[in-house]
Design a protein around this ligand. Sequence first.
Ligand code: SAH
Ligand code: TMP
Ligand code: ZN
Length: 425
Amino acid sequence: MISHRVTQTRPGETREASCLLCGGATTPFLDLGTQPLADRFRSPSDTSAEFTYHLEVGQCGDCSMVQMLHPIERELMFNEHYPYRTSLSSRMSEHFERTAHALVRRADGADPFIVEVGSNDGAVLRHLAVLQVRHLGFEPSSSVARPCADGGLEVIEAFFEERTARDVRERYGPADIIYAANTMCHIPYLGSVLTGADALLAEGGVLIFEDPYLGDIVRFNSFDQFYDEHCYLFSGTSIDVLARSYGFSLVDVERLPVHGGEVRYSLARLGEVAPARRVADLLAHERVHGLHSLDALHGLARRVDRNRRQLLSQLAHCRRQGLTVVGYGATAKSATVCNYVGIDTSMVSRVYDSTPGKQGLLTPGSGIPVVPSAEFGPPYPDVALLFAWNHAQEILERETAFTASGGRWLTYVPEVRLSRLGDVT
Ligand code: SAH
Ligand code: TMP
Ligand code: ZN
């Protein structure tokens, strides 16, 4: 069931590949060059060859899914080294607390059972536990699964797919809701996931997932949403087609203002739940705006190339002026930015980040030292390159002293922009 194409092409070379989901022909539209694993931070003493791959993005002409043309084996990414911690963002913690309550309201019946796929550090599960709701997390990265299980949450260290979903159905009974945030787009074998969801869900149960929205990526030129873990970039249209192919129907969509723009999709078995009006609205909106046209996607590729050139020249300008430039947020997304633009330690001397598992290490590919964000203080650098732009509100609210001291924020989404004093949005 699990198909992984591991054929690699070189940057500059393009090749038609077949769609990971439906086997249709894909058209490449964005080449982001040679990339490392975005969450594999390296020790300064590690001299081994770094794993790299060709990051090329295409769209399937049949099912319209935007996808990576050379996906990476899942065990290389999700394992005991996986450093990401959801709860390090206070805004995301609040988002997931609200979500946990909303899921419980949605489940509605007596003694509901809620399964979360990609439960990470328990940002949702811990609220379900407090509410005394039966829950189970699927989390293959032991770096995050173990501490949750040790802390008393119900988590199994496994990838969600048909086989593991069937096992859970046998051991725990049917689930009222299967929920996933920022995880479905990480899974190449979505056919197996949907078959597994069909096996695990109770009658009338729903599969709810939220992921970065292609429409917002095109609108904001957020090319850093493309990296190894983001195997797909979803839209209402592509999810609608996918759902139908596996006996499901897309019954609700909700735009979310997190991580630079996401959509929360709800799927139910065909005929079990009436679709909300806003599903047809979103599909119509995507059609009218030609979201899936090659014109739109090539337009994105041109703007991404423009941003690359402008960011490089802005950083070169800062270096010539003798300005100190640091990075803020060693995001997985920043691996794409650094390695596509060609950013190294001569342009960005270090990156501040709050994740313990990244601090003291070097950024993938670009080799920039990661230092604790608690050390971001006077004497401040002249410029901070805001890699964690999706957390801008939270960060700018905290770092007012930097801005007040004359520090400037450099951003590249949707355009390259160096803020003037008091000019930060
Ligand atoms: N839900 C959290 C974490 C997102 S990161 C949030 O929104 O912040 C993606 C998580 O999915 C990682 O913790 C990774 O280990 C996990 N993951 C990857 N593939 C998975 C799969 N097939 N089944 C379950 N979890 C998976
Ligand atoms: P994300 O964009 O994938 O959520 O990653 C955000 C990264 O930025 C993660 O490594 C944590 C880091 N970060 C900070 O360093 N400071 C902050 O205030 C926030 C919100 C995140
Ligand atoms: Zn397809």
